[in-house]
Design a protein around this ligand. Structure first.
Ligand code: GLP
Length: 257
């Protein structure tokens, strides 16, 4: 795993946009695995700016999102489909048909998981973009006693519900279940870009980088993938820098301006 230290969220977002841009330049019809949430929001903004001001071309890109809240239709303002359409697809000129998101409002969610699983197996991502939740979740793969391989319905951890309450207005309004791709889909991506930012992620970042590989911290499995770049900002690295400064000095690629 390549670890890049960003001084702050702005730098992290710029670095992430650089890596996505490079991927599209190398392969214009790249399949991008996407996530939503706070971690990639600045990256999407920067990609939109580059599309508008620097003609970064997304016309051949295909997008596959990792997850969706159960019970929300794609036009619900808190759905991940809506997030992607507003912040990335529409402003970058990617038509809705070129983006796959699990259908959270499907009548039969188990069947929707099987459909999405088959789709993802057929079309693995060239670059999977990921954030990491406070529980160490990736996509919505919450801590468990095993790494769930396939797309599945998940019950969200109380910490995850609490972390998303700000977007919904209150904890009660956050769905308690979601559909997510499994760890198999994530690990089949050719390359992975993980973004972690903020002091509230410092403890889980320490466990992710310095703890053992365990399904209790689902993101730790990424350390076994052959092509992962983690861009992590100084706030998120706070605990690692305090407890393992030498490890960080040796492992990290710290960009100088
Ligand atoms: C969310 C999403 C994930 C996201 C993760 C981290 O709830 N399901 O796709 O990557 O949790 O979110 P954030 O970046 O807002 O901390």
């Amino acid at each position: 795993m390549k670890l890049i230290v960003a001084k702050d969220y702005t730098e992290l977002s710029r670095m992430a946009a650089d890596l996505v841009e490079n991927q599209i330049l190398l392969k214009p019809d790249s399949r991008l695995g996407t996530v939503t949430g706070g971690s990639p929001a600045g990256m999407y903004l920067e990609l939109v700016r580059r599309h508008r001001e620097e003609m970064l071309d997304f016309s051949e890109v295909f997008v596959v999102n990792t997850d969706e809240y159960a019970g929300l239709s794609g036009d619900h303002p808190q759905s991940y489909r809506y997030y992607l359409e507003q912040r990335f697809l529409e402003p970058c000129g990617i038509p809705g048909e070129r983006a796959a998101v699990p259908r959270g409002d499907a009548e039969d969610l188990e069947q929707e998981c099987r459909r999405y699983e088959a789709f993802c197996r057929k079309h693995p991502a060239d670059l999977q973009i990921l954030g990491m939740g406070h529980t160490g979740h990736i996509g919505f793969n919450e801590p468990e006693d095993h790494f769930p391989e396939e797309s599945h319905v998940v019950s969200l951890a109380p910490e995850t519900v609490a972390a998303n309450a700000e977007y919904f207005g209150s904890r009660e309004q956050v769905p308690t279940k979601a559909v997510t791709v499994g760890i198999g889909t994530i690990m089949r991506a050719k390359k992975i870009l993980l973004l972690v930012s903020g002091r509230s992620k410092a403890e889980i970042t320490y466990r992710f980088l310095c703890g053992k590989i365990t399904p209790q911290v689902p993101a730790t499995i990424l350390r076994l993938h052959p092509h992962v770049t983690a861009v992590i900002d100084e706030d998120a690295l706070f605990a690692v820098r305090e407890r393992e400064p030498e490890w960080l000095r040796i492992r990290a690629d710290i960009r100088k301006e």
